[in-house]
Design a protein around this ligand. Structure first.
Ligand SMILES: [Zn+2]
Length: 440
């Protein structure tokens, strides 16, 4: 660390969502990364080091929020406890207080029949207008039993429900039945364990809110208009991902480093916001295959002014793999590679890796480790020259966990102490290299 406590070099960590993949027959057995022309990243591998990274630990398949969380510096045990509700809320700028419970919501089409609420459309036809009016009507509920419930609409059918009050618990079940086969009905929220008084009270509050939403929305002018236009009505809410708002720690924040996240994906930006990282998003950033990659790279370079570490998140690779389009994934990786070229002009540490592997054969996440590289001018080199899953197996970084990988990035940038806090290495006594005897 420099005398002012800043690292010697700044860092850019490129998270290519779902970058890792498996051999693809249509690509002659290569992975999309291996099949893509990537001269920029290949140069970083040739002049730097590569390896394989396990997002959490070997054999464990993760979602984006966990795989990104470890790359953001969150401890592995904390990352597995993260719920999506608070992440989405932080991403939407919803003010949360410790003790609050936040849930992800969908505006949905619900119909009452035989005393049950049937789910006709989990996304209310991907509603585009009127969500603010519906939320405003809902929020007239105020508080009941000492619990205040506030609904904040996000984009399309998505929203966040925040519960505030004494003695709440997030240990409750989802009311969203999910998209599985069969007739779907709204599932009333319950405590995960019977006898958990706080969770039972919280689940009751959620259920009151669900009933209230159905009553308020069913006769709302927004829905009369939707009927006229032949659109599915937004006649209720579905909730999932309840999470208590707690302090989340990161090895980046605890070292006083200033972070920024460039991207468009709400989960990724929300996770960063939860940690206090600056969210950098522009209308041209879409989180889709067609996005402004050059604009993201320019924004990341700008963000180096005022931040020590900048994460650049690119989502298109994951979307292509989920759609089982390996060629589209390959082409997206090639486009990203060209867009990254200007980064090499910065005197920074550059890292490229992924939050998880997404198999383009099946469209699913797998537990396979992800390719990773680290480069900085004058830094250590290994013998690998091309960025790809197979090359990374032979890389100098070996195989390490995402948190260890981040530590390597921080260390390469001079952002870690070289010796333990005691001031001297806590290792065994020094030994003579040749004889193995302790030195005098
Ligand atoms: Zn992902």
């Amino acid at each position: 660390m420099s005398p002012r406590g800043r690292p010697r070099r700044k860092m850019v960590v490129v998270i290519v969502d779902g970058l890792g993949d498996l051999p693809i027959r249509a690509l002659d057995g290569d992975t999309p990364l291996e099949a893509a022309p990537t001269p920029v990243m290949d140069q970083w591998v040739e002049d730097g080091q590569c390896g394989l990274v396990d997002p959490l630990e070997p054999g464990v398949t993760v979602e984006t929020h966990a795989g990104t969380g470890t790359l953001f510096g969150i401890a592995e045990d904390a990352v597995t406890r993260l719920a999506r509700g608070p992440i989405e809320a932080a991403g939407a700028g919803v003010e949360l207080q410790p003790g609050d419970v936040a849930l992800r919501c969908n505006f949905a089409t619900l119909e009452r029949e035989d005393g049950t609420l049937h789910v006709r459309d989990r996304r209310a036809g991907r509603i585009l207008e009127g969500q603010a009016e519906l939320a405003e009507a809902f929020n007239g509920l105020g508080s009941s039993n000492g619990i205040t419930t506030v609904l904040t609409p996000l984009s399309q059918h998505r929203a966040v429900l925040r519960l505030s009050g004494e003695g709440l618990s997030a240990a409750i079940t989802d009311s969203d039945p999910g998209s599985g086969a069969g007739a779907q009905t709204l599932l009333w929220s319950r405590a995960r364990q019977s006898g958990d008084v706080a969770a039972e009270r919280t689940a009751e509050a959620v259920n009151r809110a669900l009933l209230h939403a159905h009553e308020v929305f069913a006769h709302h002018p927004v829905n009369r208009e939707r009927v006229r236009e032949g659109l599915p009505q937004a006649t209720g809410l579905l909730t999932r991902g309840a999470g208590a708002v707690t302090d989340v720690e990161s090895m980046v924040v605890s070292r006083g480093l200033r972070g920024a996240v460039v991207g468009a994906d709400r989960t990724v930006l929300g996770l960063g916001a939860l940690l206090g990282y600056t969210s950098i998003v522009r209308p041209s950033f879409t989180g889709l295959l067609e996005t402004d990659l050059a604009g993201k790279v320019a924004a990341a370079r700008d963000a180096l002014d005022g931040h020590d570490i900048v994460w650049l998140h690119a989502k298109g690779s994951d979307i292509a793999a989920h759609d089982r389009r390996p060629r589209a994934k390959r082409d997206y990786i090639a486009q990203l590679d060209s867009a990254l070229a200007p980064l090499a002009e910065e005197d920074v540490v550059i890292a490229v890796t992924a939050d998880h592997t997404t198999d383009s054969n099946t469209g699913r996440h797998t537990s396979d480790p992800v390719p990773a590289l680290v480069w900085t001018r004058g830094g250590r080199r290994d013998a690998v020259k091309v960025f790809g899953e197979r090359g990374c197996m032979r890389g100098g970084l070996g195989r390490l966990r995402a948190r260890e990988f981040l530590r390597v990035v921080l260390s390469t940038a001079g952002a870690l102490r070289e010796v333990p806090a005691s001031g001297r290495p806590a290792a065994r006594p020094a030994r003579d290299k040749a004889s193995g005897d302790p030195l005098p």
